[in-house]
Design a protein around this ligand. Structure first.
Ligand SMILES: Nc1ncnc2c1ncn2[C@@H]1O[C@H](COP(=O)(O)OP(=O)(O)OP(=O)(O)O)[C@@H](O)[C@H]1O
Length: 405
């Protein structure tokens, strides 16, 4: 393993015994004590391959129960894998379950001393680091109270302060940013940014895509214990968000081609940026999209063409009809009509959208058919919502440089 490769996992998997009733638990325990593998197991993590090199920042994302914490526990040696293997190089600072590693009866100060001893600090190093740790934790007189009297926020403050002082080669944290209050969160984020600028390596689990995009350059999406996607952070987080939007979308009923042919108007063809077919079109944020619709008219009347854009969850974003702009589709032979709509400087924020094309009657009152095509907007924007609004900040000063903690 090269010195710059800090984590390597190959075919990593974790199974748990199948336990539904108390009797199952007892049986599973007996089998374990007898050195036998449990009769039935549930795989919670399967075939995870992972390489993290020095200086990399990797975000782990996924739904509740996807296996993120299990993966972190395997990487930190808290759990042993059922399949595959994992190698970790360098000094690891891990902030996993709340308070794990603290002795509840001892004070914060004593716990700092114990953690420092475990990290191999001698008495002088500890004396030098202690004021820094106490100041970072910033929990006032509680530093001399037993940890069992701490709020969950105080536990995280103490845990993070210890890790910050030890400056590990690899920082592994599980959703801690969600526990502390906002000012402490900001302090941790600033510290992590500074740590990464200084060449630190991070594996961060978070349900906040904002934190993942802010702190990580790569992401790995775990879905039901398996890697669903991994790569550049914006690509993976946008695919993950689009998956959620699709899950909450109403399902558009299947188009019955025979039935629509009997309608007064139906969509004969839709081309997106010149492409026919159902492959999603990928467009850069700010780019252009050309929607070409060919409409069949049963009795030769000219249709109105409506083009709508919805987000993958069905939220309407924009709609425009040809008659609103005082135009109509032009004849395209054999009773068909064709029109092209050029959408330029697309203001849509990165994500998954659908373009819907509908023919309407000449009066623009009745809607006849719906053809839907997927569009993915790619980009690195962290702005929230559906569209980018032109904006200017005033009465604003530049952000201050990160202060040294
Ligand atoms: N000790 C255990 N015994 C049996 N099943 C377990 C055990 N620990 C975790 N699991 C199961 O493993 C699966 C993955 O859990 P894990 O905590 O890794 O998910 P997660 O992605 O971190 O979820 P969350 O976002 O909710 O923290 C879940 O279905 C969980 O119920």
């Amino acid at each position: 393993m090269s010195a710059d490769l800090l984590v390597e996992a190959r075919g990593l998997g974790k199974d748990y015994p199948h336990v539904f009733r108390r009797a199952d638990r007892f049986r599973a325990l007996l089998r374990l004590l007898a050195g036998r593998t449990p009769a039935a197991v549930t795989p919670v993590l399967r075939d995870v391959n992972l390489r993290v090199v020095r200086g990399q920042s990797l975000g782990l994302i996924g739904e509740n129960g996807a296996g993120k914490s299990t993966l972190l526990k395997l990487l930190t040696g808290v759990l042993t894998p059922s399949h595959g293997d994992v190698t970790v190089n360098g000094r690891v600072g891990a902030l996993l379950e709340l308070g794990a590693g603290f002795h509840p009866e001892y004070s914060g100060r004593d716990n700092i001393a114990m953690s420092a001893a475990l990290q191999g600090f001698d008495r002088e190093e500890l004396a030098a680091k202690l004021p820094e740790i106490v100041a970072f934790a910033d929990i006032g007189r509680y530093i001399d109270e037993p940890v069992k009297h701490y709020s969950s926020g105080m536990v995280v403050r103490l845990g993070f302060a210890i890790i910050a002082a030890t400056r590990p080669d690899l920082l592994i944290t599980d959703e801690v940013l969600a526990v502390g209050d906002e000012s402490f969160q900001k302090k941790c984020i600033r510290w992590i940014e500074d740590y990464l600028d200084g060449g630190g390596t991070l594996i961060l689990v978070s349900h906040s895509m904002y934190h993942i995009q802010k702190l990580c350059r790569q992401a790995l999406w775990l879905h039901q214990g398996q890697v669903r996607a991994s790569g550049e952070v914006f690509d993976v987080t946008q695919a993950y968000l689009a998956h959620h939007e699709r899950k909450t979308a109403e399902t558009v009923p299947e188009r019955d081609v025979e039935a629509v042919r009997r309608l007064e108007f139906h969509v004969r063809q839709v081309r997106m940026n010149g492409h026919e077919g159902e492959q999603p079109q990928v467009v850069e944020q700010g780019g252009s999209l050309c929607v070409e619709a060919t409409i069949a008219s049963r009795d030769g009347r000219v249709p109105v063409v409506h083009v709508g854009i919805v987000r993958a969850d069905g939220t309407p974003v924009y709609g425009i009809s040809s008659d609103m702009d005082g135009v109509q589709p032009a004849p395209a032979g054999e009773g068909d009509y064709r029109i092209r709509l050029h959408l330029t400087d697309l203001a849509l924020l990165p994500g998954s959208y659908s373009v819907r094309v509908h023919p309407m009657d000449t009066e623009g009152m009745r809607l006849f058919d719906t053809v839907e095509r997927a569009v993915t907007i790619k980009g690195r924007s962290r702005e929230a919502g559906l569209v980018r609004l032109a904006h200017v900040w005033e009465h604003a000063a530049p952000l201050p440089a990160t202060p040294a903690e």
